[in-house]
Ligand binder design. Structure first.
Ligand code: PLP
Length: 236
């Protein structure tokens, strides 16, 4: 099932890249395994998938422990991305165990992640989460304030600022999907033009990955289309 779904998602990504005249290797698939057990992660890894996204810190740490020595079928170690909201009292385990954090929207969180990132590990890859949907969303920094936050994060020694992430309000309307993704891409291009060395634009999920790829996503975060429907939406 997971193997078949991964094939379907890869096919969608391939088609979207072709339609947008983009090279396939410009888009990375992050498999969002939140709420699914380590057996599901292991099954995806057996198909070569090695990047996994998680929303809840404790749930993710439990999976990392269970999969400590697991490798994807290509031999790669598993790579863990935190994509859910991060509170400042959880920054230590996140800095110690994750490879990427997509949800940085405050300087205080970034500073704590940098302080806690162990010296023996490479710098923690981070994305600034931007609120492209206006008032109805609580996560993400206002687009107008994102450049200053990005510049400040770029100076922190133990972080490597890679780009931007957004979680637009879901919409069945394709034009609205494109508009939200286009806004983030414009901000990304502006920051790059200022000289920030950003290479990652994390946007697009199961329902809107085509629109996101058309607008320039370099990483799509896909859960449902790989693992199936989720039965709970908050920590167990
Ligand atoms: C759950 C989640 C996803 C995956 O969403 P699907 O619609 O299941 O593909 C992507 N990004 C974030 C931030 C999420 O919380």
């Amino acid at each position: 099932m997971i193997s078949h779904n991964l094939q379907l998602v890869s096919h969608r990504i391939k088609q979207a890249c072709a339609a947008a005249d983009r090279a396939l290797d410009e888009v990375t698939l992050l498999a969002v395994s939140k709420t699914f057990g380590f057996d599901a992660v292991r099954e995806a890894a057996a198909c070569g998938q090695f990047r996994f996204g998680e929303n809840y810190v404790q749930e993710a740490l439990d999976k990392m422990d269970a999969l400590r020595d697991a490798r994807a079928s290509g031999g790669q170690a598993l790579e863990w991305h935190l994509i859910g909201p991060l509170q400042s009292n959880k920054t230590r385990p996140v800095a110690e165990r994750f490879d990427w954090v997509h949800s940085v929207d405050r300087l205080k969180i970034a500073q704590r992640l940098s302080e806690h990132r162990p010296a023996g590990l490479p710098p923690l890859n981070v994305l600034v989460q931007v609120n492209t949907s206006g008032e109805d969303s609580k996560s993400g920094i206002d687009p107008a304030e994102a450049p200053a936050l990005a510049r400040a994060i770029a100076l922190l020694p133990r972080l490597r600022l890679r780009g931007l992430m957004a979680l637009p309000a879901p919409s069945p309307d394709e034009a609205a999907q494109h508009a939200a993704h286009h806004g983030l891409k414009t901000l990304f291009d502006t920051l790059r033009a200022e000289g920030l060395p950003l290479d990652t634009l994390s946007m697009g999920m199961s329902a809107d990955l085509e629109a996101a790829i058309a607008e320039g996503a370099t990483m799509v975060r896909v859960g449902t289309a790989i693992f199936g429907g989720r039965t709970y939406h908050s920590p167990p």
